[in-house]
Design a protein. Structure first.
Length: 211
């Protein structure tokens, strides 16, 4: 479990393709100091397990399915990635609950300067958009952000200069892809309200005169 508050930008040091996936090695500035084999590290929002540590480089194994269904498969040596270690009992609870399980890939449609901030429109699959609400939370490449508007086939966010400086969203441009994970709470609410015979929550509310 993560919060979507990025701790640092890592740099892809190597990518070794295998028969059913790839091993990604990421150079860190400080995250490696407290890391151990088996730890979970969110990499561009994807929960990956540390399988090797050498000096300041952390290595992860990513399955072929992960490479296909996220933007990890398009990474190249030298590319920057957002890194966040998993929650600990002493962690500050900023951001929102992020699982590290990517639901889909979006594409940046536009970036517009608004004051000292940046408004970004992201094209997203309907399977993602149905869980988004205005002023709700969404993880974009692992970054906890607030949804501004939910549109027909996209949504918008606004990032402040600090977020632009310390995460990948600051230097990505129109056409670039981003990993998306809607708020897990929205998924549970949707499941509870989904009609499944007379046992559904919605049916119970209707019977009680609330809907």
């Amino acid at each position: 479990m993560f919060t979507g508050l990025i701790e640092e930008l890592g740099e892809i040091a190597s990518i070794k393709q295998g028969t059913d996936g790839a091993r990604l090695s990421v150079k860190c500035s400080s995250l490696h100091k407290d890391a151990a084999i088996g730890d979970s590290i969110a990499t561009n929002g994807i929960c990956l397990t540390v399988v090797a540590i050498k000096d300041s480089v952390l290595s992860f194994d990513a399955s072929s399915e992960t490479l296909k269904s996220t933007n990890l498969g398009s990474l190249k040596i030298g590319d920057k990635v957002n890194l966040e270690s998993s929650l600990r009992p002493t962690s500050k609870m900023g951001g929102h609950f992020v699982t590290g399980h990517i639901d889909g890939v979006g594409k940046i449609r536009s970036k517009t300067k608004t004051g000292n901030a940046m408004k970004i429109e992201i094209e997203a699959p309907q399977g993602i958009l149905k869980y988004l609400v205005d002023k709700g939370s969404v993880a974009v490449d692992g970054i906890s952000l607030t949804v501004v508007d939910v549109l027909r086939d996209s949504f918008t966010i606004v990032i402040i200069p600090h977020t632009a400086q310390i995460t990948t969203i600051g230097f990505k441009n129109a056409g670039d892809t981003v990993n998306l994970e809607p708020d897990i709470l929205a998924k549970y609410v949707a499941k509870f309200l989904k009609p499944e015979g007379d046992s559904s929550l919605m049916s119970a509310l209707k019977k009680s005169g609330f809907a």
